[in-house]
Design a binder for this molecule. Structure first.
Ligand SMILES: [Zn+2]
Length: 439
C-alpha cells in the first residue's frame, strides 16, 4: 500500500472523528425527562450539606459559583463578569471591637456589649472629659423644643442624651426627624461635643440597634449607647469624670455574581437572573431557633438557580435570536439584595439596552392543591398583562401583582427603570429554616 495514501486516509479518519465529536457535544434542547433529571441534579448539588448553605463570601459560596460556572462553560456562553464569569463585590460583614473600646464613669469601668456598645455611626477615638446632659439633644424652634437652652460651657464635653424623643421613638410622629440619631450627633458636634453617649429612659421604645452590616459613614465623634447601671449613673449622678473609647474595625467580605452572555448581535438584551446564595449556618435571616444548623435553601434559591441554568441551556440550544441574553446568578441576596444592587450600579453591559429582567426566586414548591404561580411586577410594563393572559402552561394558575419592588433581586433592576417579572411559587413552613431541603 502506498504510504501517501495511508497518510491521507489517517487524516481523513482524524477529520471524521473530529467532526463526530463536534456533533456529539452539540447542545440540544432536553426532553422533559432529561430536563427533570438535570434540574434535580443542580438542586441536589447546590442544596447539599457540602455547600454549607452557600453563605455570601463563604467557601460554600465558592463551591456554588464554581458549579454554576461549569454549567455556563458547558453551554459555551461568553463570560461577562469583571474577572471572567465572576463579578466580585465588597460588602460590610460586621465589626470587631479592639481593646480601646471602653466606658469609664466616675472611675467605674463598664463592660462592652453588656453595659454599653458603640453605634455604627460612631467615629473611632478615645475621649476623656466632663459630661453635659442635654435631654433629648433636640434643637427645633418650630416644635418649641430646645434641649440646649440655658446650657453653657458645652465645648469639649461628652454629651449624654436620650436616644428617643418627647413623643417616644415614632418616626412618623411630631419629632419624627429626630429619631435619626445622626441628626442629634451632628448637632451635638456642632455645639462642641467630643463624644456622644445615648441612653434610653423610655421603656416603651426600643434601644438603638448596632447593625454593623449596614454601610454607614461615621460621624465626626465617638458615639456609644449605654444601658443598665452605666445609663443610671450617667443620668442620675453627678459625673466627675468620664472616658468613652471606640475602637471598632469593620469587617469587609467579598461576594460574587456569576454572569454569562449569549450575544446574538441584536440591539436589545434580556436579563435572566436568580440568586444562588442562602443563609449558610443560619444567622440573622433565619427563622429557626436552635443550635446552628446548615440552611440548605433548596427552594430558596437552588430552585431558581437550577431554572436559570436550564433556561441558559434552552435559549442556547434552541437558538433563540430575538434578544441577546445575559444570565446572572446573584450572590448577597439574603444579606439585602447586595449582588443585584451592585450589578445594577456597576453593570457589565449598557443597561439602556436591556428590555426587561426576569427573576426567579423560590420556584421549587408549587403547592399541588393550588397550583398557583405568583408573578410579581406585571405593572412594570404595559405589555405584561396581555402577555400573561395569552400564556397557559398545563393547569397552572397565575396570580399577578403589579409592583416591581419586593424582597428579591428584580427590585434592583426596577429601580433602574427596567421592566421586571419575579416568578415565585409561594412561601411555606420550611422558609428560611434548615428544613428547606431537596426532598
Ligand atoms: Zn431567602
Amino acid at each position: 500500500m502506498n504510504r501517501k495514501i495511508t497518510r491521507i486516509s489517517a487524516t481523513t479518519v482524524l477529520f471524521f472523528l473530529f467532526f463526530l465529536s463536534c456533533s456529539v457535544t452539540k447542545l440540544v434542547p432536553l426532553n422533559d425527562t432529561d430536563l427533570r433529571t438535570e434540574l434535580k441534579q443542580h438542586i441536589s448539588t447546590l442544596a447539599s450539606d457540602a455547600f454549607e448553605g452557600r453563605e455570601t463570601g463563604s467557601p460554600g459560596e465558592e463551591k456554588a459559583y464554581n458549579y454554576i460556572i461549569r454549567q455556563f462553560k458547558k453551554f459555551k456562553l461568553r463570560p461577562a463578569g469583571t474577572e471572567n464569569f465572576l463579578q466580585a463585590f465588597p460588602f460590610p460583614a460586621g465589626a470587631k471591637s479592639g481593646s480601646g473600646t471602653q466606658l469609664i464613669v466616675n472611675m467605674s469601668s463598664f463592660e462592652y456589649d453588656k453595659d454599653f456598645y458603640p453605634l455604627p455611626l460612631s467615629a473611632n477615638g478615645i475621649i476623656t472629659g466632663y459630661v453635659a446632659k442635654v435631654g433629648y439633644g433636640i434643637y427645633d424652634p418650630k416644635l418649641s423644643q430646645d434641649d440646649y437652652r440655658g446650657k453653657t460651657n458645652l465645648v469639649k464635653k461628652i454629651f449624654v442624651m436620650e436616644s428617643g424623643t418627647p413623643d417616644g421613638n415614632n418616626p412618623h410622629g411630631k419629632f419624627g426627624d429626630w429619631t435619626d440619631l445622626r441628626k442629634k450627633v451632628d448637632l451635638a458636634a456642632e455645639r462642641g461635643a467630643t463624644a456622644v453617649i445615648f441612653i434610653n429612659s423610655d421603656t416603651a421604645s426600643g434601644d438603638p440597634k448596632a447593625d454593623w452590616k449596614i454601610k454607614t459613614t461615621p460621624c465626626s465623634v465617638p458615639v456609644i449607647f449605654a444601658e443598665g447601671k452605666a445609663a443610671e449613673l450617667l443620668r442620675d449622678s453627678i459625673v466627675t469624670n468620664c472616658t468613652v473609647g471606640v475602637e471598632m474595625e469593620k469587617i469587609e467580605k467579598t461576594g460574587h455574581n456569576v454572569i454569562a452572555y449569549l450575544d446574538n448581535k441584536v440591539p436589545f438584551t434580556v436579563i435572566i437572573g436568580a440568586h444562588y446564595d442562602h443563609l449558610g449556618w443560619g444567622g440573622e435571616g433565619s427563622l429557626y431557633r436552635g443550635a446552628p444548623a446548615i440552611h440548605n435553601g433548596a427552594d430558596d434559591n437552588a430552585s431558581g438557580t437550577a431554572a436559570l441554568i436550564e433556561l441558559a441551556r434552552y435559549v442556547k440550544a434552541t437558538g433563540m435570536k430575538q434578544f441577546n441574553y445575559l444570565f446572572i446568578a446573584f450572590s448577597g441576596e439574603e444579606e439585602g439584595l447586595l449582588g443585584s444592587n451592585y450589578f445594577a450600579k456597576h453593570p457589565t453591559m449598557d443597561l439602556s439596552k436591556v428590555s426587561y429582567m426576569i427573576n426567579m426566586d423560590m420556584v421549587g414548591r408549587l403547592k399541588p392543591d393550588e397550583k398557583t404561580l405568583i408573578i410579581n411586577g406585571t405593572g412594570t410594563s404595559p405589555r405584561w398583562k396581555s402577555l400573561m393572559d395569552s400564556v397557559s402552561v398545563d393547569s397552572i394558575k397565575i396570580k399577578e401583582t403589579d409592583s416591581g419592588v419586593g424582597p428579591s433581586d428584580h427590585t434592583s433592576f426596577y429601580l433602574q427603570n427596567i421592566p421586571v417579572l419575579h416568578f415565585f411559587s409561594g412561601t411555606h413552613s420550611d422558609y428560611h429554616k434548615p428544613g428547606d431541603d431537596e426532598d
